[in-house]
Ligand binder design. Structure first.
Ligand code: MN
Length: 394
C-alpha cells in the first residue's frame, strides 16, 4: 500500500473580500477536502501555514477549523500535520495543541529551541517518512539560533539552515520539508504580505533541494513548482483571495511507493467565481448586459468587481449596475472608478499645506478631470458635506 499525503496551505479562514464573508466557500472547500481524504484513503494531511486570516480569528472561523479537525480525528486513519504562517498567531495555537494531539493533529507553531522537536515521523509497510516542520518565524526567534561568530548575517543564517535541514533524530527513507516562507524565484499573486528573514529576503533553492524528496510550501497564493524533481511546491490558496487571481486552485497529492515519491496537482472545484469587468463610462450598460448573457446558465453565485474608466463626473453608475444585477446570481462587491489623468501640475508638499480645503478641492477636481473650474452645483454639494462633517465632530 502506498503512503498518501495531501499538501495544502493558505486557507485564511475568516477572510473577507471587502465586506463579503468567504467562510461559506471555505466550508465548502473543507467538505470537499474531507470527501477527498476519505475516498482516496489519505494517510497524512499537510497544511503549510496561514490557517486563519488574522491572529485573532472570529469565533465562526475557529469553529469551522475545530470541527474539521474533530471530523478528521474521528476517522482515526488520518494524521494532520500543520505549521503556522505569518497570518497566524503562534500563541493562539498553543491553547488547543494537546487537545488536538488526541485527534491526530500535530501543530508546529514555533522555532523551538530544541530543533529536533520540529520533526514528525510516519511509518507504514516498512516505509518510513520524516517531515521537517519550519513554521513561519519572527526575526528574534531566528536570532536565538544564530551562533555568535564573526560571520556576516547571510553566513550565519545559512549555517543555521544547514544545521536544521541536515540533522535527523532517525534517518528516514523519504524526507519532506514543510515551510511558510519565500523560497527561490517565486511569483506573487498580490494578496500575500511581504515577509523577510534576518539577512536574507528569500531562502535559496539549493539550500533545500539536495536534502529533501518534496518541499511543501505555503505563503504564496498562486500554485507553482519552483523545482519539479524534487518537487518544491506552493499549492496556493484554495479559493482566490482577490479579483486579480485565477479561479483555478489546487492541492497537491503525494504518493510514496517502494520508497519512490511522486506527486500530482488535484483541481479544487470553483465554489464562487470571482470576475473582474473593465468597462467605460459610455459602454458600461452594454458590457453588463453582455456579462449577464454569457452567464445566464450559471446559477452559482459570482462575485464581481467593476472597474469603470470615467471621462467626466457622473453619479448613479453603481445604482444602475446594482439594478441590472438584481434577481441574477451576480453580486457586485467592488466598484472602482478611474479617471483619465491629465498632465500633472506639480504641487509640492509645502504648496498643499498652504492651501485651504476649498482650494484643495479645486486642485483635486483639476487632477481628476483636467478642468480649472468646479461646477457651481458640485461646489455647493461639497460645502454642505463639509458642514455636515463639521457638525458631526462637535
Ligand atoms: Mn497566505
Amino acid at each position: 500500500m502506498p503512503i498518501k499525503v495531501l499538501h495544502t496551505s493558505d486557507w485564511h479562514l475568516g477572510k473577507r473580500l471587502f465586506k463579503y464573508e468567504r467562510l461559506e466557500e471555505q466550508v465548502q472547500f473543507l467538505d470537499w477536502l474531507y470527501q477527498h481524504i476519505t475516498k482516496n484513503q489519505i494517510d497524512i494531511l499537510i497544511v503549510a501555514g496561514d490557517i486563519f486570516d488574522v491572529p485573532s480569528p472570529p469565533n465562526n472561523a475557529l469553529k469551522v477549523f475545530y470541527d474539521f479537525i474533530a471530523r478528521l480525528g474521528e476517522l482515526g486513519s488520518v494524521q494532520t500535520v500543520l505549521i503556522t504562517g505569518n497570518h497566524d498567531s503562534a500563541t493562539l495555537f498553543d491553547a488547543p495543541k494537546l487537545l488536538f494531539e488526541t485527534h491526530n493533529c500535530h501543530i508546529y507553531n514555533r522555532l523551538d529551541a530544541d530543533l529536533s522537536k520540529l520533526e514528525y515521523y510516519f511509518e507504514k509497510d516498512n516505509q518510513k517518512i520524516g517531515i521537517k516542520l519550519l513554521p513561519y518565524f519572527r526575526n528574534y526567534e531566528l536570532q536565538n539560533h544564530l551562533v555568535d561568530s564573526k560571520d556576516d548575517e547571510d553566513q550565519k543564517v545559512k549555517k543555521f539552515f544547514q544545521k536544521f535541514l541536515n540533522k535527523w533524530k532517525q534517518e528516514p527513507d523519504i524526507k519532506i520539508l514543510v515551510g511558510h516562507h519565500v523560497f527561490g524565484n517565486y511569483e506573487l499573486s498580490g494578496s500575500e504580505h511581504a515577509i523577510y528573514l534576518s539577512g536574507v529576503d528569500h531562502i535559496p533553492l539549493n539550500w533545500v533541494t539536495p536534502h529533501f524528496d518534496y518541499v511543501a510550501l505555503g505563503h504564496i497564493h498562486k500554485k507553482q513548482a519552483l523545482s519539479k524533481d524534487p518537487g518544491v511546491i506552493y499549492t496556493g490558496s484554495p479559493i482566490p483571495m482577490r479579483f486579480s487571481e485565477s479561479n483555478n486552485k489546487y492541492i497537491s497529492e503525494i504518493k510514496i511507493e517502494s520508497n519512490n515519491l511522486s506527486y500530482d496537482f488535484v483541481k479544487i472545484p470553483i465554489f464562487k467565481k470571482l470576475i473582474q469587468l473593465k468597462t467605460k463610462q459610455k459602454t458600461y450598460k452594454e458590457d453588463i448586459e453582455d456579462l449577464l448573457l454569457s452567464s445566464c446558465n450559471n446559477s452559482e453565485t459570482t462575485l464581481l468587481e467593476v472597474m469603470v474608466q470615467l471621462e467626466g463626473p457622473q453619479t448613479g453608475i453603481v445604482t444602475d449596475i446594482r439594478e441590472m444585477l438584481k434577481y441574477t446570481s451576480i453580486e457586485m462587491i467592488s466598484f472602482i472608478p478611474s479617471f483619465n489623468t491629465q498632465e500633472e501640475k506639480s504641487t509640492s508638499y509645502q504648496d498643499v499645506r498652504s492651501l485651504n480645503i476649498m482650494d484643495l478641492f479645486d486642485r483635486y477636481y483639476y487632477d481628476k478631470f483636467g478642468e480649472e473650474t468646479v461646477p457651481r452645483e458640485m461646489k455647493e454639494c461639497f460645502t454642505s458635506l463639509l458642514n455636515e462633517v463639521k457638525n458631526e465632530d462637535t
